[in-house]
Design a protein around this ligand. Structure first.
Ligand SMILES: Cc1ncc(COP(=O)(O)O)c(CNc2cccc(C(=O)O)c2)c1O
Length: 457
């Protein structure tokens, strides 16, 4: 589809019919959205022909970059062969099974079953029903409560937004649903106070134990968390956090459910982010990098303990979506995993491009007067703006500053994400060292221009 209208035409059509995501549509209608029209490698072009280096992989998802012929051809072949069929009524098809075989060849040890969805939100909706069903079958039907974290993000449907801890989302639709509780987030820069990161990590984990004891361990089904918070600000927990969380979950027989929608498929330099943080979840929610965003697909991966219980003892599993395991999505995902494996893109993120990005970021920004913390591993990173590096005092209007920096970035031809007072980058795993240089250089210009324009020097 080649755009054949002007930017203004598309902006007027958008204003006429479309409600975009997570914004005030009236305000957008006045200024008009950017109209992205083309993508190749790590670059995007808008309908005015302006080129952007996409430092965010779309929305943390285009692992293999834009325009990969292997994925395009896989979609075309499957569309010709079998454009749709379902996995209901005692039916399956080749594509979804070829995908599962490859998926489990790269998952770590103890996982055996997967249920496919169209998105990460649906994977987390399913998580709620699946986990409660598991405890029913295990003879513990009262183990129903889920514990999530403030500022965690798990999606934008009723259950997934309830598992998430974003208050402004809960206010739309009277969320969270009953049976979902939240504890604090392990965001040391903002909430660590005088504690060392290690002590703060343990304190945050202790909150989970306190919450479990307050609720009664026999009532708590699972703890749900991202290995590192993504939409909440690209926040890596202190190293003491995950070992303690895992110990507590095991002690009270609370399932540990990792949301790998952002962390999965190579983002940290490991295939899955929980491997980077050295813990073993009972379930993995996946989406995004599964298909590199070429076509929607998500899924819920189950450990042997859970999957075999549901299959061997669970009887009818009362869940299914029209497009569960969609053949074209499965064919694209299979080709996508093939590119990731054949080109060694995860290993490159761990041993080459990832360390290069992390080292260059620290060389360029660690002495910057406005940057109080640099976090990340592999091909995901965040810069924390701060007013005073010694006290870690942040800016009162930090969302304005980071949004301004993001806008200046677009002006400079680079796409980086802003959340709270943090600038985030998560480029495609195909990025080269030369493109990393461009990403960092344009980010530095955007940060410096923000400082100058807002008199922050
Ligand atoms: C950890 C996590 N879990 C679930 C979802 C929901 O997936 P779907 O969107 O496919 O239903 C996500 C999605 N993450 C997401 C989605 C949209 C925007 C941003 C952002 O950082 O601006 C992040 C996510 O980051």
């Amino acid at each position: 589809f080649t755009p054949h209208r002007s930017t203004r035409d598309y902006q007027q059509l958008d204003a006429a019919h479309h409600i975009n995501a997570f914004l005030d549509q009236k305000a957008l209608n006045q200024e008009g959205p950017r109209v992205m029209a083309e993508g190749r490698g790590v670059y995007l072009w808008d309908t005015d022909g302006k080129r952007y280096l996409d430092g965010m992989s779309g929305l943390w998802c285009t692992q293999v970059g834009y325009g990969r012929q292997e994925l395009i051809a896989a979609a075309a072949r499957q569309l010709q062969q079998l454009s749709y069929y379902n996995v209901f009524f005692h039916t399956t098809h080749p594509a979804v099974n070829e995908l599962s075989e490859r998926l489990f060849s790269l998952l770590p040890g103890d996982y055996r079953h997967v249920i496919y969805t169209n998105s990460g939100s649906e994977a987390n909706e399913l998580l709620i029903r699946c986990v409660r069903r598991y405890w029913d079958v295990m003879g513990k039907p009262d183990k129903k409560i889920f514990i999530g974290r403030h500022n965690g993000y798990h999606g934008s449907t009723v259950g997934s937004a309830s598992l998430g801890g974003m208050k402004f989302m809960h206010e739309m639709g009277d969320l969270p649903i009953p049976g979902v509780e939240h504890i604090g987030e392990p965001y040391w820069f903002a909430h660590g106070g005088g504690l060392s990161p290690e002590a703060f990590g343990r304190q945050c984990a202790q909150e989970l134990e306190d919450k479990i004891l307050a609720l009664g361990a026999d009532k708590v089904a699972a703890f749900v968390a991202e290995p590192f918070q993504g939409a909440g600000g690209m926040i890596f927990p202190p190293e003491s956090y995950w070992p303690e969380i895992q110990r507590i979950c095991r002690q009270y027989d609370v399932l540990l459910c990792a949301d790998e929608v952002i962390g999965g498929f190579g983002r940290t330099g490991e295939w899955f982010a929980h491997q980077h943080f050295h813990f073993q979840p009972d379930t993995l929610s996946i989406a995004k990098g599964l298909t590199s965003g070429y076509i929607p697909m998500g899924g819920l991966v189950l450990s042997r303990r859970i999957g075999e219980t549901l299959v061997e003892q669970g009887g009818v599993f009362a869940h299914g979506l029209t497009y569960s395991g969609h053949p074209v999505a499965a064919a694209v995902a299979l080709a996508n995993l093939g590119v990731l494996q054949d080109e060694g893109l995860v290993e490159r993120a761990r041993t080459d491009t990832g360390p290069y990005l992390q080292t260059c970021l620290r060389e360029v920004f660690s002495q910057h007067p406005l940057v109080g913390e640099i976090q990340g591993a592999g091909l995901v990173a965040a810069l924390q703006f701060c007013r005073d590096k010694t006290t870690r005092q942040r800016f009162a209007d930090e969302t304005d500053i980071s949004w301004r920096c993001r806008s200046i970035g677009f002006d400079e031809g680079v796409i980086i994400r802003s959340t709270l007072g943090r600038m985030i980058m998560a480029p495609a795993l195909v990025i080269s060292r030369g493109e990393i240089d461009e990403l960092i250089d344009k980010t530095r210009i955007a940060v410096d221009r923000t400082a100058e324009e807002m008199g922050l020097r």
